[in-house]
Design a protein around this ligand. Sequence first.
Ligand code: C2E
Ligand code: CA
Ligand code: CA
Ligand code: CA
Length: 277
Amino acid sequence: AKKLGRNQYHFFTEELNETVQKVITLDKQMRQALIDNEYILYYQPKIDLSSGKILGVEALIRWINKTNKFVPPSDFIPLAEENGFIKELGIWIVDEALNQYVKWRDMGIDISIAINISAKQFLEKDFEIKFIEKLEEKKINPAKINLEITEYILMDKSDYVQDILNILHDYGVRISLDDFGTGYSSLSYLKKFPIDYLKIDKAFLDDYESSSGKIFLETIVKMGQMLKMKVVAEGIEEQEQIDYLKTISCDEYQGYYFSKPLNNEDFEKLYFNNLKD
Ligand code: C2E
Ligand code: CA
Ligand code: CA
Ligand code: CA
């Protein structure tokens, strides 16, 4: 390779420094934000395709910092996963989601709640024991709690992961395989692990009009259902997608078409309106 000139080299390290500095700053801010209560959970409804009723919600984290700037999860969750902060943040997410579930249950809002669990968080020692302890302590019906994991978890330390998933599943907690069809898909996962819900990634739904897109969707739905799973379509933005999903008997959907993720109060309004429909 050609040697870089002196100035170019200098320029390169400056750029690199800047990136490193940004990451260090974000790292600090992310941790401080937990102390300063800047995180909040939003909730996106999961809808029953045949009845149009709200069955549950998925909790999705939001970071609204002091200057009221909204930081999307895609900007900080990957870094939190890399530097381990997700373990701390994950505890907050689980506690917050379970507390909200209890509040809603006690208000007569009968829904399930899905919590995204990242690999590092899941692989923490005694994750399943601590999680089950929380359900016991709050007297929560485990069948109302859904853990969303990705294929990424399943490929890593898969025998250990299988044991932990079995413990949670035997206790009654529901398991969703998130972002199905992206990345590391292997059909053997579907046989090996106790999965209750298959969430088809938005990318497949975006392609619902093409003939190959239809083949994939129909096949995934059939396969999931034959394996006794419920199949959930993600990222639904149009009525036409819903019409199509009904023709292939998909079970549930989520997407902006029905609702964006909402804060707890806005979700409550939507929930009570949906009951009346
Ligand atoms: P995900 O778990 O696959 O969540 C679905 C994402 O799609 C959410 O983005 C949601 O707001 C978005 N979405 C839902 N419906 C539509 C739609 O109709 N159109 C479009 N364009 N997007 C839609 P969000 O909230 O920005 O989260 C992005 C990712 O960040 C999540 O993907 C998940 O991987 C991660 N994440 C979010 N909250 C948490 C959390 O509490 N814990 C962990 N570990 N990860 C989280
Ligand atoms: Ca998810
Ligand atoms: Ca997803
Ligand atoms: Ca995703």
